[in-house]
Design a protein around this ligand. Structure first.
Ligand code: CP
Ligand code: NVA
Length: 309
């Protein structure tokens, strides 16, 4: 039994395998063919934070795989009233076949996984968002071919998405250039752990030099969920970190722009960039569905089903 609490819970080869399956699963859906490898299986989806893409892609994904998904918001479960994570994990995992959790503290997902008898998938914590990185790399490769050896520029907050791009550098072998203002850099422990595993990551506080020669430029909101009260302070700290047309002009002419969404036009990204010709944010959002179906299949389907096309 495997969990997906961070991208590094699976090997680079397994990550590659999941993306290969995502492409096949997407093609099959487009051809109108059924792919019910999870018939009779149920996914419990615990959300302590808001979501559009993650909730819908998991819920629709389970349906398309022939299974069923249960949306469990903390406002309406005993978990939200203080029932211990360990107890909830034991009870829920006795009834469902997999659990996905979106919460604040990364440690909550780790504790849940420890007491769960079924696979646990991280649907975003304050530390990482591993499902998003599968969809993002899948999107890049659909458009431009292998991401290995390419240069990815991350401009903005050293947040859960930045951390996921750092872990992705281990799994997918791209070079990562991060530009973040002082005080908002990625977690040092996570960064050095990834570097020890071979991630090539350079840090600076200069968006232009990060974008220079990049094949992909990506960013995220300046204040993540749970940091709403820091919005004004962060707007000051991140001044000059918007991905503008001027910043994009330093990337390769064929460079793509990505954003996990939701986005704030005129803050971390100019409207002309996110709505412009280099942006693939809509393909990226749709690919959450296909990448997560491949992940669910990998974690839940039996070996024979896993290797059918
Ligand atoms: N990108 C992403 O995870 O979006 P949601 O917050 O809408 O799920
Ligand atoms: N960094 C953002 C990502 C949202 C998908 C947040 O955590 O709110």
């Amino acid at each position: 039994m495997r969990h997906f609490v961070t991208l590094l819970d699976i090997s680079p080869l397994e990550a590659r395998y999941i993306l290969k399956r995502a492409a096949k699963i997407k093609r099959k859906l487009r051809q109108g063919k059924l792919h019910h490898v999870l018939a009779g299986k149920t996914l419990g989806m615990i959300f302590d934070k808001a979501s559009t893409r993650t909730r819908v892609s998991f819920e629709v994904g389970m349906y398309q795989l022939g299974g069923h998904a249960l949306f469990l918001h903390s406002d309406t479960t005993q978990l939200g009233r203080g029932e211990p994570v360990e107890d909830s994990a034991r009870v829920l995992s006795s009834m469902v076949d997999a659990i996905t959790i979106r919460t604040f503290d990364h440690e909550t997902v780790q504790r849940f996984a420890k007491y769960s008898s079924v696979p646990v998938i991280n649907a975003l914590t304050d530390l990482t968002h591993p499902c998003q990185i599968l969809a993002d790399v899948f999107t890049y490769e659909e458009q431009r071919g292998s991401i290995e050896g390419k240069t990815v520029a991350w401009i903005g907050d050293g947040n859960n998405m930045a951390h996921s791009w750092i872990n992705g550098a281990v799994s997918f072998g791209y070079d990562l250039k991060i530009a973040c203002p002082a005080g908002y850099c990625p977690d040092e422990k996570l960064l050095s752990a990834a570097q020890a595993l071979g991630a090539k990551v350079r840090l600076s506080d200069d968006p232009v030099s990060a974008a220079e020669g990049a094949d992909l430029v990506t960013t995220d909101v300046w204040a993540s969920m749970g940091q709403e009260e820091e919005q004004a302070e962060r707007e000051k700290a991140f001044k000059g970190f918007m991905v503008s047309e001027k910043v994009m002009a330093h990337a390769k002419p064929e460079a793509l722009f990505m954003h996990c969404l939701p986005a704030h036009r005129g803050e971390e990204v100019a409207a002309a960039v996110i709505d412009g010709p280099q942006s693939v944010v809509w393909q990226e959002a749709e690919n959450r569905l296909h990448a997560q179906k491949a992940l669910l299949e990998f974690l839940l389907a039996d070996k024979d089903a896993k290797h059918t096309s």
